[in-house]
Design a protein around this ligand. Structure first.
Ligand code: RB5
Length: 145
């Protein structure tokens, strides 16, 4: 399992901590930035992570901004990306089981590191259930045409 991770300045600190967490779990991670708390524009990092997923260079992405809202809006504009903003582990598990989410979005200014690791664990430990959920995800894909 390989992840791409990106954040803006508001998500930078949580990104750095989560990156180490992934590495400690032997999960390969590509960090697309940002690399400091200097102000940047979140869509630039959503685009980089989305491209790595669509080019099949990684399996999943993590995006972090202050609220997670800007990253969600931006990432979900990219064809093929299903980005889920999650604030509790149950949301992360269901985003995989029901929505086949390929990007986990976290609100860096609203949750702490420990909760973020629980949300991440729930995301990677769940798998897409297919069936009726596949029909619905296919309808989302049809909206992209
Ligand atoms: C940056 O100040 C903030 O607007 C951004 O991190 C994010 O929360 C936007 O949705």
């Amino acid at each position: 399992m390989k992840f791409a991770i990106g954040s803006d300045h508001a998500g930078f600190e949580l990104k750095e901590k989560l990156k180490k967490y992934l590495t400690s779990k032997n999960i390969e991670v590509i960090d697309v930035g940002t690399n400091s708390t200097e102000s940047v524009d979140y869509p630039d990092f959503a685009e980089k992570v989305g491209k790595l997923i669509n080019n099949k260079e990684v399996d999943f992405g993590i995006l972090i901004c202050g609220t997670g809202i800007g990253m969600s809006i931006a990432a979900n504009k990219i064809k093929g990306i299903r980005a889920a903003l999650c604030t509790i582990p149950e949301m992360a598990a269901l985003s995989r089981k029901h929505n086949n989410a390929n990007v986990l979005v976290l609100p860096g200014r609203l949750i702490g590191y420990e909760l973020a690791t629980w949300i991440f664990d729930a995301f990677i430990n769940a798998t897409f259930e297919g069936g009726r959920h596949e029909r619905r995800v296919n309808k989302i894909k049809a909206l992209e045409e």
